[in-house]
Each structure stands twice: as C-alpha cells, then as structure tokens.
Unconditional design. Structure first.
Length: 325
C-alpha cells in the first residue's frame, strides 16, 4: 500500500489563495462540503465577496483580506495557490502586479509550505504553452511563448512560478502539486472579464452583437468548473511523489464560431455575429492531452458543453436581472 499522510483521514485546515475568485469560490465550497476548515485569502482585485457570501457564517470558513505578494503567517495543513488575475482584461490592467503575484506570491506561499511542511498545489495554466506548435498539448511540450508581449505578464509569470515550485521540490524535498488549467467556465465567472464564454453569454442575453475575433476559426476546449475542482482535489490527494505538471481540461474542441452559435441557440438570442481583428499573441489552438490525468488521477471531465453552458447561462441571466433592479 502506498504511504499516505496521516492527517488525510481527518478534517484539515486548508488555505485557498484567490479563494473569492471564480474557481477559488467553488473550491472553498467543495472543501467545506468534505468537512474541512477553509481559510480563504484574497485581496479582491478580481475576486468578489458575492462569490463567497453564502459561506460566511459557516463556523469552518474564515475570510482574510491579504495580498500574497506580502508574506503570510498562518497555520494550515494544505495550500491551494490560485491567486492571480486570469483573464487578459484583468491581468493586462496592471501587468507588473500580475507578474509579482505569480512570482513573489509563489515564493511567499512556498516559504509558508516549507515552514509548515505541508503540501502545496499551484494552479498553473495552459497559457504556459503559448501559441502551441504541438496539438493537442502534452505536459512534455515546452511551449511557444512570446516573453515580451502583452500577455507575457501572465504567461511568463506562471512559467516562472512552475520553475520555483520544482526547484523548491528538488532543493527542499517539498510536497508540490502543479496542475495546468485549460479554459474553464461556469457560474461566478466575472461578467466583464473578457473571457469568451462570459462575453458571448452576456452579449447574447443583452441582445448585443456577439464579438468574434478573427474569423472565429481558433479553437478552445471548455471544462466546467465542477469537473476542474474535482480534478484539483484528486491531485492534492495523491502521494508526495506525484508532482505533475498535469493538464486539467476538457479535450472536446470547439471553434469560437461554434461556441457562439451554441450560446445563441441556448439563449434564444437574436444577436448577430460580428468579426473583429485578432488580438496579439492569441493562440490559434488550445486543447489538452489529459492522458496523465486519466492514468494518475483517474479523472476525466463529465459535464458536456451544452449542459454546462445551460447552467452558466442561468447564472448570468439571474445576475443581470438582479443588477438591473
């Protein structure tokens, strides 16, 4: 039998940085449902109190306003490091701070994990592959990234964070977990974050033109947030010798035009598709090879795109209606 950490059998105190964000709030919710205590840390640059307001009052949930570019001194059993703006609109607003969050934030969280001798999971990104020359992308692919472009603050920040995680593992024998998150969607996405799913849904619900960049032939794969969180927790539950990186995403591939047409159908919208110039360094293809996730974690996505989009559309419809009152 593989060696397991003894405290895995008990309710743990878990730190989630970026815990009031889109993915972080769902992770906090799932961890609480498993009987853990959760310390949610966020500086609310892109996260929202609305995302975790239903958790406030739970005796096992604690919220702390803090920026992880500054050291944090707490006592926990596990760390999930999700803190960082993750959409181009947000991470390009203050690119220097974005890089600092990825790099200095990683140093601070790794330092905390080293002091406590606890496992730490890094939420990395498919953006480390850049505009890939390999399709689908495997974890062995080193990527094709512009290191001085407008997206570099995020892409290279996350790449450097991965470097730090593996150097801490080699130098200090730390239990690290690195996942690479591909396009994820679902309730609690920010309506103005510039991501394609939220953009299309909000535009369709408002009856606005749906903006497609280029001719809409670039592809993405879309993973529903519940599937992603399940994969993250499976990764944290692996033995210390499982470090990753491991891709987490849905290998089902859709063009931007296909996605827009599905959103129009599900919303019964009369919006028109409008083409605009493609942004700089926007990847033409993005699709994960999830062979490692299947083999190592026994994980694969279960929620189909139409099912997930229906849930996401219902969330945005309620949000827009509430905000309009």
């Amino acid at each position: 039998m593989k060696k397991r950490r003894q405290y895995e059998l008990l309710g743990k105190r878990v730190l989630v940085t970026g815990g009031s964000g889109f993915i972080g709030s769902h992770l906090c919710e799932r961890l609480l449902a498993r009987g853990n205590e959760v310390l949610c840390v966020d500086n609310f640059f892109t996260g929202s109190r609305r995302n975790i307001e239903h958790l406030i009052g739970n005796p096992r949930f604690e919220l702390m306003r803090h920026d992880i570019t500054f050291p944090l001194f707490v006592e926990v059993d596990e760390i999930y490091n999700l803190a960082c703006p993750a959409s181009p609109v947000h991470y390009q607003f203050d690119p220097v701070q974005t890089t600092k969050t990825s790099v200095i934030g990683a140093v601070n969280m790794l330092g905390l994990a080293k002091r406590l001798r606890v496992p730490i999971l890094q939420a990395s990104t498919s953006e480390v592959y850049g505009d890939p020359n390999v399709h689908p992308q495997t974890e062995e692919y080193w990527g094709n990234v512009n290191c001085i472009g407008t997206r570099s603050c995020y892409d290279e920040g996350k790449r450097c964070a991965e470097t730090l995680f593996f150097d801490y593992n080699r130098q200090h024998q730390m239990a690290i977990k690195v996942i690479r998150i591909f396009n994820t969607y679902g309730p609690r996405m920010h309506p103005n974050d510039g991501r394609v799913v939220s953009n299309f849904i909000v535009q369709a619900l408002k009856g606005q033109d749906i903006t497609i960049y280029g001719h809409g032939r670039q592809t993405r794969s879309f993973c529903y947030v519940d599937d992603l969180v399940r994969g993250m927790m499976k990764m944290m539950g692996t033995d210390d010798n499982v470090t990753g990186p491991i891709n987490l995403g849905n290998p089902g591939e859709f063009t931007m035009r296909q996605l827009a047409e599905i959103v129009l159908e599900l919303t019964n919208s009369k919006s028109q598709l409008v083409e605009k110039p493609l942004p700089a360094d926007d990847p033409q293809q993005r699709c994960p090879d999830i062979s490692k996730a299947r083999d190592v974690l026994g994980w694969k996505p279960e929620i189909e795109l139409r099912q997930g989009l229906s849930k996401t559309i219902a969330y945005f419809d309620e949000l827009l209606t509430r905000d309009a009152r």
